[in-house]
Structure formats: C-alpha cells, structure tokens
Design a protein around this ligand. Structure first.
Ligand SMILES: Nc1ncnc2c1ncn2[C@@H]1O[C@H](COP(=O)(O)OP(=O)(O)OP(=O)(O)O)[C@@H](O)[C@H]1O
Ligand SMILES: NC(=O)c1ccc[n+]([C@@H]2O[C@H](COP(=O)(O)O)[C@@H](O)[C@H]2O)c1
Length: 328
C-alpha cells in the first residue's frame, strides 16, 4: 500500500475534486482553474493567478493527460524554448496552458478519473518548469531561468476552433490593466501531434459530408467556416509522431510538405493562406522508445516501473503510484 498523501498533495487532490465539480456544474465551455507560478515552491492549495499584463503568446497543450507523458513534456518544452531562445520572447510574455478536455472528439471516458488527471497535470506542470530551469542551467541572471507560469484548464468543447474561440472570449488572459481589450493580440499556439493534425483536416468533424466539397462554389465549406477564424488567431505546432499506427517519419513529412507546399490545403477543403500558420517540430528520434499514454497505462498496469519511467516524468509517476492508477 502507498503511504498517505503529504499535506500539500492532499490539499491539491481535494482542490481538484472541488474544481472539477464546480466546472461541471457551471455550464462553462472552458475555464482556467489554477496556475503553477514560476517560483520553486508549490505548497498550499492551488489557485488561479491571471497574468497582470495580457500575454503575447498563449501556448496550449490540449490533451486527455491520461497520463501526461514525456512526449507531452517534449512538445511543451521545445515550443517554449524556441520562443525564448530563437524568437527572443521573455517568460512574462508567454503563458503555457495545459487544457484537459472532458469531452474528447473521439475517445470515451476511461480511467483515470478527471480529478486524478488534474493532479497529474499539476505535477506535470512542475516537471515542465523544472525541465526548462535545468536547460537554462539555473542561471539566475538569465531571464529564461526565471521560469514561466503554467495554467491548468478544463474544457467541455472538443474541437480546436471552439477551444480557441472560448479562450479568446475568456477574461482570464486579458490582463488586469486593460480588461476591456479582447484577446485578438494574443497569439495562440496549439501543440498537436501529427495524428491530430490529420484529424483537424477531416471534414467529418465539421458537418454533413455532402457539404464538404463546396470548393467549386463561392460558399465556404463548413471546414473553412470553422478553421478560418481559428487560423486568424492561432497557429498549429505539429510534432511528428512516427510509430506503427501513423507511419514512418518520411511518410509524415511527405504528407505535411504536400499539405503545406503544394495545393494540398485546397484538396482537403482548406485555404492556402493557412500554410503560414502551421509549423512542424521534430518528435520521436529513431532508435528511442515510442511514447504514448496508452503505453504508460500498460506499464503502470504491469507495474513495470522501469518502462513507466521511460513514459512519464518523475512527479507524474509519483502520483500514479500514490493513487494506484491504471491497475484495473
Ligand atoms: N509521442 C507523441 N508524439 C507526437 N505527438 C504526441 C505524442 N503523444 C501525444 N501526442 C500529441 O499530444 C496531443 C494529446 O495527446 P493524447 O492525450 O491523445 O496522448 P496519446 O498518447 O495519443 O493518448 P492515448 O495513447 O491515450 O491515445 C495530441 O495532439 C497527440 O497527437
Ligand atoms: N477537428 C478537431 O478539432 C479535432 C479532431 C480530433 C480530435 N480533437 C481533439 O484533439 C485532442 C487530442 O485528441 P486525442 O486525445 O484523441 O489524441 C482532444 O481534445 C480532441 O477532442 C479535435
């Protein structure tokens, strides 16, 4: 049997169970429920800490977090590092939102329960911050080392265009100085895997299929109606996902290049102008372990701790063990 939760873990667990109930009875589409602040200590009850000034970039990792994995860690930290180092953004101008969808576009509900996933996301947020701090060598003088705030949110809407619109409407990211401005100036960056990108361009999610091929007419297709406003405020950062289900890296690069550089977007019912809003990022390295939440659940079920460590970060593994998750 696992030892009892520490006082701060108990506070967090009880907070997430209350926050989940409150969200589910609120009728809200999307809500930020708490923030892991940049400081090292996360003692006490989690709380939502809206930014003082509206962020320039909101990076969104939308996932089932069942559980959060090292692949999710790579997606988040590589995006943030790129913004800080290559684009010269300062940590204050960026927020990272870990968004848990309680209604998935395709998957039914399965264990772990949503409040347990929120607890793992809280742990994961701290692993993200730790990873970033380590990669900047803990140089206190370097602005990157000061760290970034990581928010946890809940959403009922399953599709990206709906999540993006809900975020643009939400008061949370508007900043305290100019609460009346809208979020138009905050650019959203959604982190997705290759498999998710393919699904975003599947017309089945946007209405009856017979309406999907209005390309020849002046009328925009349902996919265009949904995704045009989305690409107006959001970018997609697509991580390659080479494994048995989704094909090899070459196939994925070829699909993306075709989508982005030929007439590919028109063929899937999209608009060529969106190509500048989709960027590719490296994912799985050949010869390394393929990582997924499914494999993490299987490792936990078999109590294969060595393999679980390959799949998830240390604080997430701690919660999985503490709460005896995925044993059924
Ligand atoms: N190993 C990976 N490489 C690239 N993208 C990934 C990887 N794992 C997850 N993602 C992406 O992260 C987002 C959220 O992932 P999700 O929560 O569905 O994880 P998953 O591992 O696919 O889950 P499951 O195994 O339970 O189906 C999706 O856009 C997915 O494509
Ligand atoms: N067209 C879309 O916007 C679309 C399609 C498929 C999945 N999704 C979402 O992507 C996220 C990740 O999905 P999976 O957990 O199924 O990989 C979920 O929030 C899911 O609802 C969105």
């Amino acid at each position: 049997m696992s030892p009892p939760l520490s006082p701060s873990a108990r506070l967090a667990a009880s907070f997430f169970s209350r926050a989940l109930s409150a969200f589910q009875s609120s009728g809200s589409k999307l809500q930020v429920i708490c923030t892991a602040p940049p400081s090292l200590s996360h003692e006490g009850e989690p709380e939502a800490l809206p930014p003082r000034v509206r962020p320039q970039i909101l990076v969104v990792l939308d996932s089932s977090f069942n559980p959060p994995t090292r692949a999710h860690l790579h997606m988040a930290t590589s995006a943030i590092r790129e913004l800080l180092q290559k684009q010269g953004q300062c940590p204050d101008a960026i927020r990272l939102l870990l968004l848990l969808s309680v209604n998935n576009a395709d998957k039914g509900v399965k264990p772990a329960a949503f409040d347990k996933r929120l607890a793992m996301m809280w742990a994961f947020a701290q692993d993200v911050q730790h990873d970033l701090r380590m990669s900047f060598g803990n140089r206190q003088a370097a602005p990157e080392a000061q760290g970034l705030s990581v928010d946890l949110g809940l959403a009922t809407v399953p599709y990206f265009h709906e999540k993006s619109a809900a975020l643009a409407e939400a008061g949370f990211y508007k900043g305290q100085r100019d609460p009346d401005d809208d979020l138009a100036e905050t650019e959203q960056v959604f982190l997705v895997g290759y498999d998710t990108l393919v699904r975003i361009f599947n017309p089945k999610y946007y209405g009856p299929l017979e309406m999907a091929s209005q390309v020849a007419t002046a009328e925009p297709t349902p996919l265009q109606k949904a995704l045009d406003p989305f690409f107006g405020r959001a970018k997609l950062r697509v991580t390659m996902r080479a494994d048995d289900k989704w094909g090899g890296a070459n196939e994925q690069v070829a699909y993306l290049e075709n989508l982005l550089h030929a007439e590919g977007l028109n063929k899937v019912g999209g608009i060529r102008a969106w190509e500048s809003r989709i960027e590719m990022a490296d994912g799985h390295k050949a010869g390394t372990e393929v990582i997924s939440s499914t494999y993490a659940r299987a490792a936990a079920k078999k109590r294969d701790l060595g393999r679980l460590d390959l799949m998830v970060t240390p604080r997430v593994r701690w919660w999985i063990e503490q709460e005896n998750l995925y044993l059924e």
